[in-house]
Design a protein around this ligand. Structure first.
Ligand code: PEP
Ligand code: MG
Length: 267
């Protein structure tokens, strides 16, 4: 599958043979805008992506704001430690109006396509339970007012923190799939800022600590029969992709330019 950050990448992922989108980043809907995107605008975008990959899943990641990405509509006071601060699913659950709008847009787009929802930077089980409750509430609300929408959505967990990796068995039970974000998992496991050039040689997903977590997550998903995939940059490197297959990951989602080589390697 392909990772799609910006609309321009849809065509590239298509051209390189992506079997769906394993990570549809949604932050661009906010960056550079002075207002939050409407439900209609988001639903139209998700439908457009789904139409580009007929019959294949599109995994929409809920807003992963904060840390390295905070757009204009949010005026947040600076934090001493943004990477450990108010980010991702924490922001979404604290801003229910914004989160519910996004969930409704995904439910509407999922009426006619296999669209799934994925939650970034999970550290606790209740983040999944609360998200699922919001999805159920919004699905019921849309049905009540007669809007065409999916009755429910597969909800997956991005495993990007040591907490999520260690709790992967429980998270796999209460979600529909796990997808490992190795960029953040490496950063938080090794305590190495992923953007710090001076520490670049320490930022390695091949560290034994990260590999142990990757193995744990794959095994936890397999034990309860849930799919596990990898959507971090690691999956785009040929040798790492090979390693991930051996660890039991059946699905990899990679940047469009990496698709041909990774597909060839897997075959
Ligand atoms: C990751 O952390 O591996 C990931 C895929 O998410 P992002 O790079 O958008 O943080
Ligand atoms: Mg991440």
């Amino acid at each position: 599958r392909g990772n799609v950050d910006l609309p321009d990448e849809i065509a590239a992922a298509q051209a390189h043979g992506a079997e769906g989108v394993g990570l549809l980043r949604t932050e661009f809907l906010l960056t550079g805008h002075s207002t939050l995107p409407s439900e209609n605008e988001q639903a139209a975008y998700f439908e457009r992506v789904a139409e580009a990959f007929p019959g294949h899943p599109v995994v929409v990641r809920t807003y992963d704001l904060g840390g390295d990405k905070f757009p204009a509509p949010f005026r947040v006071p600076p934090e001493a430690n943004p990477a450990l601060g108010w980010r991702a699913i924490r922001v979404c659950l604290d801003e229910p109006a914004m989160f519910r709008t996004q969930i409704r847009a995904v439910l509407r787009a999922a009426a006619r396509a296999p669209i799934q929802l994925m939650i970034p930077l999970v550290t606790r089980l209740d983040e999944v339970e609360r998200t699922r409750a919001l999805v159920a509430e919004e699905a019921a609300g849309l049905r009540q007012v007669g809007v065409e929408a999916a009755a429910s959505l597969p909800v997956g967990v991005m495993v990007e923190t040591p907490a999520a990796a260690v709790m992967a068995d429980r998270l796999a039970e209460i979600s529909d799939f796990l997808s490992v974000g190795t960029n953040d998992l490496t950063q938080y496991t090794l305590v190495v800022d992923r953007g710090n050039a001076r520490l670049a040689d320490r930022f390695t997903p091949h560290d034994p600590s990260v590999l142990r977590l990757l193995k744990l997550v794959a095994e936890a998903a397999r034990a309860v029969g849930k799919p596990a995939s990898v959507c971090g940059e690691m999956a785009s490197e040929p040798l790492s992709a090979f390693l991930l297959l051996g660890l039991g990951y059946a699905t990899l989602s990679v940047a469009p330019p990496a698709l041909p080589l990774i597909k060839w390697l897997i075959r």
